[in-house]
Ligand binder design. Structure first.
Ligand SMILES: Cc1cc2nc3c(=O)[nH]c(=O)nc-3n(C[C@H](O)[C@H](O)[C@H](O)COP(=O)(O)OP(=O)(O)OC[C@H]3O[C@@H](n4cnc5c(N)ncnc54)[C@H](O)[C@@H]3O)c2cc1C
Length: 403
């Protein structure tokens, strides 16, 4: 097959990992990454918790379970090779009452099926051995859960793309796509780029960019802001690694947790508040077009009817540090509202189906020569190298049929 032009839309960790993988598999291909911002990793990739997940939570056999396990192994090796930060600080998932203990049992069964390395159950004394200031009746301990800096990992992927002869064009927002008999015409402002293949990895804009290519309107991306509190230095020694609650199985979010960062600071968060803008890092940011897209989606109205109470709770926690910290204090009572200051926020791109279901698994669609990543929430940063292998496989198999 002749060498091709492959365009990747989006220079977050997923798009960069995909571009890197395609360049590795077919060195003759011309790989061009188009990014609307003026640098890489500006959105989700640069605003997350930095946790390299070990695969506890995901439905066995799902893409999340399979790609998280493989992605974690690949990322650990990659960080070692490239001298990037990677620290196995371990994670406790703590139950504080009987109801949570029952949910912890179910989570343990799932984690065992997912063969999470080194996982073990501990009692309240065991919790204190690992995290002296944490409290609970039982916990799962995952010693190989790690922390890294995903922005730096993404920058290293970008350097690999360029070293292999690829291009990363920043300040290039894709605003048109036309499929023709010989490929795809991709519009950036007044310019048009011809591509033989394209991969869309647009994160918070995944649905709008897929629609430019003629993809389905759903699933729609609904933005959920995750706000963090920073623990003051005087109290940050009270947390050694990662301390998580037992997640509510109705939601794809993991609950407000304590996270040690590779920089040595400790954060509490993120919560999950419906954002009024897709790139709404501040509570007050409101983009009418984004809100209209959310409100017009039938799945949103269904979700709102079902989950409005949780939604209000999250909003209340967003404005009241006391309410926010009361949840976290169930696990580490010694860190309260007086011991934190407001920190940064990230916005999660969470896909929502028309029936109101929050899409749980990664979703990757094909449209002839175009492969569209439609849902890549956490643990997509952990899984990025494995997602890239998966996308490159899908891309080759089915794309060939479109020749
Ligand atoms: C608060 C928070 C905490 C998280 N914690 C973790 C964690 O601890 N561990 C973990 O594994 N995952 C975590 N995640 C999830 C993880 O960050 C994401 O799954 C991952 O970064 C997704 O990468 P991406 O490349 O798909 O998206 P993004 O990083 O959002 O990149 C998409 C890119 O596409 C670009 N783009 C969009 N539209 C266009 C266009 N029209 N033209 C050109 N470019 C365009 C955007 O500018 C952006 O740069 C967290 C996410 C959040 C928000």
């Amino acid at each position: 097959m002749a060498d091709r032009v492959v365009v990747v839309v989006g220079a977050g960790i997923v798009g960069l990992a995909v571009a890197r993988e395609i360049g590795r598999r077919r060195p003759g291909d011309r790989v061009v990454v188009l990014e609307k911002e003026d640098r890489v990793a500006v959105h989700q990739t640069g605003h997350n918790s930095g946790v390299v997940h070990a695969g506890i939570y995901y439905r066995p056999g799902s893409l999340k379970a399979v790609l998280c396990a493989r992605g974690r192994e690949m990322l650990r090796e990659y960080c070692a090779e490239r001298s990037l930060p990677y620290k196995e600080c371990g994670k406790l998932v703590i139950a504080v009452d009987d109801e949570e203990t029952a949910r912890l049992d179910a989570l343990e069964a799932r984690a065992v099926e997912n063969v999470v390395p080194g996982l073990r159950r501990v009692d309240s004394a065991g919790i204190r051995d690992i995290e002296p200031f944490a409290e609970g009746v039982a916990a799962l301990y995952s010693p190989h859960t790690a922390i890294t800096d995903f922005r730096r990992v993404a920058e290293a992927f970008a350097a690999d793309v360029v070293a292999a002869g690829g291009e990363i064009r920043t300040s290039c927002a894709v605003n048109r796509m036309t499929r023709t008999a010989s490929g795809i015409e991709i519009g950036v402002g007044e310019q048009v780029l011809h591509a033989d293949r394209a991969v869309l990895c647009a994160g918070l804009q995944a649905d709008t960019v897929a629609r430019l290519a003629g993809g389905d309107p759903g699933p729609r991306i609904v933005p959920f802001r995750g706000e963090y509190m920073n623990v003051v230095p005087a109290k940050s020694d009270l947390v050694r690694g990662l301390v998580y609650p037992v997640p509510d199985p109705r939601y794809p979010f993991l609950g407000v947790h304590f996270t040690r960062r590779v920089s040595g600071t400790v954060e509490v968060g993120p919560n999950a508040v419906l954002a009024f803008a897709r790139e709404g890092y501040r509570r007050t940011r409101f983009v009418p077009r984004d809100m209209a897209m959310t409100l017009a989606w039938p799945g949103f109205r269904r979700m709102a009817r079902q989950h409005w109470r949780t939604g209000f709770d999250e909003m209340y926690g967003s404005v009241s540090a006391g309410a926010y910290m009361r949840k976290a204090q169930r696990y580490i009572p010694a860190i309260g509202a007086a011991d934190v200051v407001r920190g940064a926020a990230g916005v999660r791109a969470q896909a929502l189906d028309a029936d109101g279901t929050l899409v749980d698994d990664f979703r990757i669609d094909r449209l002839g020569r175009i492969t569209a990543v439609r849902n890549a929430p956490s643990p997509a940063a952990t899984s990025s190298l494995a997602i890239a292998e998966y996308v490159a496989d899908v891309f080759e198999d089915k794309a060939d049929a479109a020749d």
